[in-house]
Ligand binder design. Sequence first.
Ligand SMILES: [Zn+2]
Length: 509
Amino acid sequence: MAKDRLASVLERWEAVIGLEIHTELTTLNTKMFCGCPVAFGGEPNTRVCPVCLGMPGALPVPNQAAIEATVLAGLATNCEIAEWSQFHRKNYFYPDMPKNYQISQYDLPFCVDGFVEIDIEPEGAPQRPDRDGAYTTHIGITRIHLEEDTGKMIHVGGSEGRISGATHSLVDFNRAGTGLIELVSEPDIRTPEEARRFAQKLRLIWLTLGISDCNMEEGSMRVDANVSVRPRGESEFGTKAEVKNMNSFKALHDALAYEIVRQAEELESGGRVVQETRHWDAGAKRTSSLRSKEEAHDYRYFPEPDMVPFEFTAEWIESVRATLSELPDEKKKRLIATYGIPVHDATVLTGEDLDMAEFFEAAVTISGPERAKAVSNVMLNDLSMHLNAAGIGVAESKVVPSMVAELVALVDEGTISSKQAKEVFAEMAETGDAPGAIVELRGMKQVSDTGAIEEIVDRVLVANPGQVEQYRGGKTGIIGYFVGQVMREMGGQANPKVVNEVLARKLAE
Ligand SMILES: [Zn+2]
């Protein structure tokens, strides 16, 4: 998908996107309505019992931890918590669901009417790391409800995992009955990038709450999108398509970008958008029609007769609220207030990987708060580039907080230049050696000895009488030229601060 094609379409068309995000409560010990363990993998059909296999007469017992996790999710996303709610049966037939109905929530979900704020720069704004502000967009949340997950079908005999061409299908009920929260957003999202940031933010919140591992590749966090387009300035919604099968944030972004362009071009060529479910094919980089959705399914919802409704007291809701961990937005504000780092730095440190903020605070504890900005610079530049290149999270890196603190101190104390620091960083990321040891081993210490620098400065000034004259004639900007000459003479190992001081003094003589 050419990026400029999307940008050009978005000049004429506005995309309207709403997300439905299912998250498995993978960190709970047991499933939603029985005592079976929750765990990824395992021999098929070994984590099952009469309840999650839908045996006649087996009765569900709701998992209190799952209800608390859902309420926590609602409180963390500014939702109102219902004082009165209940489970419904959602009736449909599918082979991976042995009861032929799913216990879900219908008109009385646990959480409604929330919102999440995302930081996003407008199109055309400078890309980080130069960006020093943040832009906030408000995305409404319609509801968060709790339900049970289905089992898993495995289609065999054809091409791996695909229904088409398969000769038979196997079913594994290990996942059946696992607690699953479904979040439905308002159609407040306007670009693929906003959708990606929103989903990333939710993942970060769920991880902070510890309610799921949010692994998109393994399907414990699954994002579906409703997307339509309308001419700019129009307030009526266009016909929407539902896009499924996006198992990474990149896939979410790419699928939406493709779908927006597809719909706009369809309408511009006189065609129409069909209400349907479409499947994202990450290999072919396109969506294709899965099934028509002209008519809404009739799930024949009715209240689950095997469970009484729930009444949450205000005291109980407050007791759950008291267990909330520090959320990413609060953490961001605290980092700015405590360490005086710019909004942009705090946004990056708290906005992508939970371990980044923890790493930062550990490094600053060692380096001292006066070096917080320097620590942040190393993390946002060298460390981020290293993590991206290696495709790992900060927790998997050989770089630990004490190493960044030591590196920053070496530069701050003038032992090495900031240019040398980049080389030291690359080596410590590769080997896991401490920066001090690397500097020692490679003889990288920069020369801060004024006498040695004065000798070279004198030589450079004698060799460039014309430039000296220009400087003394008022063209003081030329000092950079002398610094460059001195640095070259000294193999880049001179302390630039000392070089500047000596040059300024000698040139003033
Ligand atoms: Zn069970």
